[in-house]
Design a protein around this ligand. Sequence first.
Ligand code: F6P
Length: 734
Amino acid sequence: MRLFQLSLRFIVPLALVLAAFALILLPLVDDLTKRWFLRDLDTRSQMLATSLHDPLVDLVILQDTESIQTLFDRSVRDAHARAIAFCDTSGRLIYLSSGFPSGLGCQGRAPADLQVSESPIDQEGITLGKLVIAQDTRFIERRAAEFRNYLYAIFLLMFVTISALGAWMAHRSWQGWVQSLKSMMRRETFAQGALSAPPEFRPLVGDLRAMLHEMNVERRAQQHSPQAWTPDKLRSLLHDELAGDQVLVVSNREPYIHEQGEQGIVVRRPASGLVTAVEPVMRACSGTWIAHGSGSADRVTVDANDRVQVPPKRPSYTLRRVWLTAEEEQGYYYGFANEGLWPLCHMAHVRPVFRTSDWEQYVAVNQRFADAVVDEARSDDPVVLVQDYHFALLPRMVREKLPKATIIMFWHIPWPNPESFGICPWREELLEGLLGNTLLGFHTPFHCKNFLETVDRYLETRIEYEASTVSYGGELTQVEPYPISIAWPETDAPLDVVRCRREVREELGLPPLHQLALGVDRLDYTKGIIERFQAVERLLEQHPELAGRFSLLQIAAPSRSSLDEYQSLEARVRKLALAINQRFANPVAPPILLRVEHFDEEQLARCYRAADVCMVTSLHDGMNLVAKEFIAARDDELGVLILSQFTGAARELHEALIINPYHIEQGAQALQRALGMPEAEQRERMRSMRSLVRDFNVYRWAGLMLLDAARLRRRQRVTEKIHSHSRQGLRRAS
Ligand code: F6P
């Protein structure tokens, strides 16, 4: 049908053009042919007259009528000459051929079907008379009609041939385009698709890719509806999509830290968003987690291969510990990762510090962990999940040893713009390391965009922005946003909110109806703790009546405390809390209750439930899982979340009170509004945020990444097969 339409579109105009051409051309050609024939007859008459002249002169002088008759009759046997006559000088017909038309005299008046020509007959300058030759013109009409018919036939033949050829070419092109489109679509994430596309498609390649990419994202979201993401769903995905494939996780922070306590060994969970997110995934897939063994009792709890089964109460996966010397930890973790990369990626106005000695340790430790991955790999193509900025170089190091591995990396912190990143003296090395990944994930599309622009600025690569891929050294890295989340609490006996409210207030020495805001953070300058305190201070300045009726409980888990920047932050935080508490001192309760210590999961869950407001005021944050944990804890659907606009979470949790933490008045106003918010409004906001966090949980985060990885893995395997076939073919041919 499509071909028919296409052909019609081509054939009808062609027929019209040829018909118009024929209409204009045919009368002209007709006229021309007739004139050619008449001229031809004239020439023939001249030739005949010339050939008859001399014999005729002799015969006329001799008045040999009989011979003249014979001469004339023989001459008119010619196909076109109808009659010949000789007229004397006074215009009388003297000799004529047989059948000379009666009406035709010596005056040259001829009927329509004859052409008459006259030639003088003379002897030595004396005119004897003239020769009249009448030629038959009827054949001219006949010939012209025949010629017209030939022309018609030629036009028809041209029409049929061009139409057939056109239809065939259209058909071939159509097939070619369809083939090209299909192969481009099959290679929708491969940069080389653009080069192999026909030139007329090249401008479209980007649009097609973008469309396919969007369709892919939509399909993924529809096929795996968010409600379906549970540990079981993730397990079955691993089974179906990565059947039998080994999953290895690499992170700096370990999920369980064994510490030597006074009464023996205790297990501690670190304050880490990364651990919160990756642990449930590992439980679901029973792989091996490779991490720095940092606890004082870590070495005594591992086996001969530095492995320990975790979680301690219900072991479901292996933790492989890597040991670092104090010097290595200082250079790689405190130095390059946390004094260099951390401030580089967070816009919190703390200058990054780059030292060559730190960089050298960072390279060496990345190599140590890469070797551990190779060591733990049971096959040449494991799935390796690399976590965070501590291991920017590791993906390429692993790729060199295990070229077939599927390496997925998630960057848990923001990615800055190219100018900011550009100040790092080893920017090219870091980017090259990251481009060893098969898949590189960030929290938000904005971080992905920043990364692609940074790569574009500092490395010679081919970037497909629409498909979000980078091609470097013949390898392809897919860059995608995967907003991280938490595991939705699935407990048979959730903590009772009323009880938590009462108990927590009692423990803090607060009256039962005291209003409580909560902050839970690592003690880090990116978290905006100072700005949060300033907002409390401003609120109390504006509403002194709130003193003694409201407090902020700030839980600040000590973090990276050997670094100057963190020590000075702790000092400033303590000092400001003290100053505010002194300024607004009252007998009931201080405005700020600062706890610089680790709270375990259960303690935190109780605080989340006891609070009226949760304040997340980060100056810059990849996602911030505290915001999501608070929401997940509030099964009473009450409580208000104040959320910084500079967190990844603000892109999802629109029902929070979104603030700019640098704007202290705004923070104070939000706090006042939160403390006075009617329950109905709290419920409406909380219900909506809860349904989002429940659906877009950490299993979905991991599931979408693993689904993409499985797709890329299948593609990689097919490509390898094709390469190996063609290599075999080449070998056979040679
Ligand atoms: O935010 C980045 C991050 O690596 C998180 O994933 C984690 O919660 C936090 O830093 C922990 O930092 P550290 O391991 O240095 O204590």
